[in-house]
Design a protein around this ligand. Structure first.
Ligand code: KG4
Ligand code: ZN
Length: 357
């Protein structure tokens, strides 16, 4: 089955074509990726310091058709080769989701094929199956994106249990807000990570919120406030030497990354211990973070669990993960998940509420 995937939940328009025969034949799942095209709106939103929902929706409208043409050309296919359309139904920005939903449903109706609404996080958490070392079920998924920070127990496709989540800021949000405090452009996750590489470990010992809370929940807003307090203290000193300012920023970025990564790694280990799972999957935009990957690799070397990553280019939002998740869901429940003609979207949507029986 050839599945078209459409992602428009936030600031990336992603379109991809996935052929399920690789998966069905037990070949590496990545072989099913036939074509993919992506447009990131980051440059457009940068001037505003964050995503402007109305601009995002309008840009998705502009991009989605040319991207579909691009993906089809890459796959050497035509519209008539598509057998099902998967689209991000939620969670995300309502207007942005509506563009993908309307586009997918209209196309499906026109082609007389099925459409399926996919949970954005399901896309992220199944994407490590497309990586070089794919996990086996059950596994723990650490989902760290701009909007979510969750630990999930994944027993199979469509079988998810939420173990813990952030009570306030998401990990990516904490990265982006901290980046702003350090004068870096939006979204600042990757830039903070790079800056932290030049930082002195231990100059700033920032709090590790909820490290010993006894549960698997997170909280990152206090960490951001701790960064703000250090910035204010530094500004009071009225230092003008650019080198000293640069070093301060790098050291503070290092303190921030070390704290945040410390909490994420510790809670992931706890989730593995509590469930007895031997596989951890890292997914979502923050999953591209090199310090987090290094820390998890280090822990897993001690032998008690294996870590699995999506291919680096599939960490942040993309159409492939939506085509893939939609395809696996359709295979898992014999197309029972396919949706009606209504343009229904779910801007707020709990993943476990969408479990398969
Ligand atoms: O999953 P994603 O593309 O979009 C959402 O669904 O939110 O994640 C975007 C988030 C942003 O907050 C961005 O700053 C963060 O992922 N991010 C990173 C890195 N690359 C992207 N954070 C830390 N280190 C990175 N290398
Ligand atoms: Zn995402």
């Amino acid at each position: 089955m050839i599945v078209l995937g459409i992602e428009t939940s936030c600031d990336e328009t992603g379109v991809a074509l996935y052929d399920t025969s690789a998966w069905e034949n037990g070949a590496p799942a990545s072989q099913g990726i036939l074509g993919q095209a992506l447009h990131s709106q980051i440059a457009m939103h940068r001037d505003y310091g964050g995503v402007v929902p109305e601009l995002a929706s309008r840009d998705h409208i502009r991009r989605v058709l040319p991207l579909l043409d691009q993906a089809l050309a890459q796959a050497a296919m035509q519209l008539s080769d598509i057998e099902a359309v998967a689209f991000t139904q939620g969670p995300g920005l309502a207007g942005a989701l509506l563009v993908g939903s309307a586009f997918a449903k209209s196309l499906a109706q026109g082609l007389q094929i099925a459409s399926i609404g996919v949970h954005h996080l399901e896309g992220h958490l199944l994407s490590p199956l497309l990586g070089a070392s794919a996990p086996t079920f059950p596994f723990i998924a650490l989902l760290v994106s701009g909007g979510h920070t969750q630990l999930m127990l994944v027993s199979g496709v469509g079988k998810y249990e939420l173990l813990g989540e952030t009570l306030d800021d998401a990990a990516g949000e904490a990265f982006d807000k901290t980046a702003k405090l350090l004068g870096l452009d939006y979204p600042g996750g990757a830039a903070i990570s790079k800056l932290a590489e030049q930082g002195t470990p231990g100059r700033f010992e920032l709090p590790k919120p909820m490290l010993h809370s006894g549960d698997l929940d997170f909280s990152f807003s206090g960490l951001k406030t701790a960064v703000l307090n250090q910035v204010k203290k530094f500004e009071e000193k009225k230092i003008v030497d650019p080198k000293e300012i640069q070093q301060f920023h790098a050291d503070l970025a290092r303190g921030f990354v070390d704290s945040l990564v410390g909490v994420l790694v510790s809670k992931s280990e706890k989730a593995l211990q509590q469930t007895g799972c031997k596989h951890l999957v890292l997914a979502g935009g923050v999953g591209a973070n090199s310090q987090l990957r290094a820390a998890l690799n280090e822990k897993s070397k001690k032998g008690r669990f294996e870590v699995h990553y999506p291919p680096l280019d599939l960490c942040t939002d993309n159409g492939v993960m939506i085509a893939f998740a939609g395809a696996l869901r359709m295979l898992a429940d014999n197309n029972g998940s396919t949706t009606s003609g209504a343009f229904d979207i779910k801007p707020r949507w709990d993943l476990a509420s969408n479990n398969l029986p």
